[in-house]
Ligand binder design. Structure first.
Ligand code: HSE
Length: 315
């Protein structure tokens, strides 16, 4: 009989949600950054968070208040497992950044625990537990960060409830540039400022763009991808919260980005491009604009992460 695993360490990727036109329905995973989560068997019953690093001591270790803790607890309840488990959460990305930080921690926690317990759930069946973590983080269980973080790649959330997630294969390489200005924006706050009603002509523009982006990805049509990366509903409202947004976005487009917009609920701004070289050039141009207005910032340039979470270590 094989030995039980005692400890599993997992990397779970950051993600860019919305992707301009697809509020709550589109997202993709990044190769970097990402959180690392360790799940360890303990003799004492129950789930505990023993350590959180990399977030300046602001995240709660109480399981019921922590997004990863809630996701993990839901999974254990579903499995009916009495196994004592200790979690370590190592944050490797800024909080409230628009990079899907809470989603990455939730995904890392449930993937690590599932593996520790001998993989009783298929990876795809873990989605609802990660979504419960999002509910704690920002009041709604939206899937456009957790699904790309869990599955990797580009995803379309055709339906939230019941979840229907479609993985979109992009026929051509796509590189993401994400620049994070050094301010924090809470997703819950940026959701509360959105209008509840949408003018029909704006909805028509928006769903035209969602369709265009999906087809552009599937056909590997960069020009169509670029034309479709437009958000006429959410970006005009949220962008006022990001100092220098228009200048940074224009800098990305002038440097050759296919398109650019707010990453998730911000404040990070993303751009897509066809080559890594261009991704770096775009990052430089975007960072320059933030530098000009005296806003500290950090840039990530990477390919879209096709793999999703990774088991880094197990014993
Ligand atoms: N779709 C979500 C939003 C992503 O824009 O509020 C942020 O987590």
């Amino acid at each position: 009989m094989s030995e039980l695993l005692q400890e599993v360490r997992v990397f779970a990727p950051a993600s860019v949600a919305n992707v301009s036109c697809g509020f709550d329905v589109l997202g993709f995973a990044l190769e970097q950054p990402g959180d690392e989560i360790v799940a360890r068997r303990k003799d004492e019953p129950g789930l505990h968070i023993s350590k959180i690093t990399g977030e300046g001591g602001v995240l709660p270790t109480a399981v019921e208040k922590n997004t990863a803790g809630v996701a993990a607890q839901k999974l254990l309840e579903h499995l009916g497992s009495q196994q004592g488990i200790e979690l370590e959460i190592h944050k490797k990305m800024p909080l409230g950044s628009g990079l899907g930080s809470s989603a990455a921690s939730s995904v890392g926690a449930i993937v690590a625990i599932n593996r520790l317990l001998g993989s009783p759930c298929a990876d795809h069946d873990l989605l609802p537990f990660a979504a419960e973590g999002e509910r704690v983080a920002c009041g709604t269980a939206h899937l456009d960060n957790v699904a790309p973080s869990l599955f990797g790649g580009f995803v379309l959330i055709r339906s939230q409830d019941p979840p229907d997630v479609i993985e979109l294969e992009c026929l051509k390489p796509l590189f993401a540039t994400v620049v994070h200005p050094d301010i924090e924006i809470k997703t819950e706050d940026t959701r509360n400022i959105l209008r509840r009603d949408v003018a029909l002509h704006k909805a028509v523009d928006q769903w035209g763009n969602v369709g265009g982006l999906v087809v552009g990805l599937l056909k590997g049509d960069y020009e169509l991808i670029g034309r479709s990366l437009k958000d006429v509903i959410i970006e005009p409202i949220r962008s006022v919260l990001i100092p220098g947004f228009e200048q940074v976005k224009n800098a990305a487009l002038n440097a050759g980005a296919l398109g650019s917009g707010i990453s998730g609920s911000g404040p990070s701004i993303f751009a897509l491009s066809a080559t890594r070289e261009n991704g770096h050039k775009i990052a430089k141009a975007m960072q320059q604009r933030f530098d000009e207005i005296g806003l500290g910032n950090e840039a990530y340039v990477c390919k879209i992460n096709q793999q999703g979470p990774q088991i880094l270590e197990e014993r």
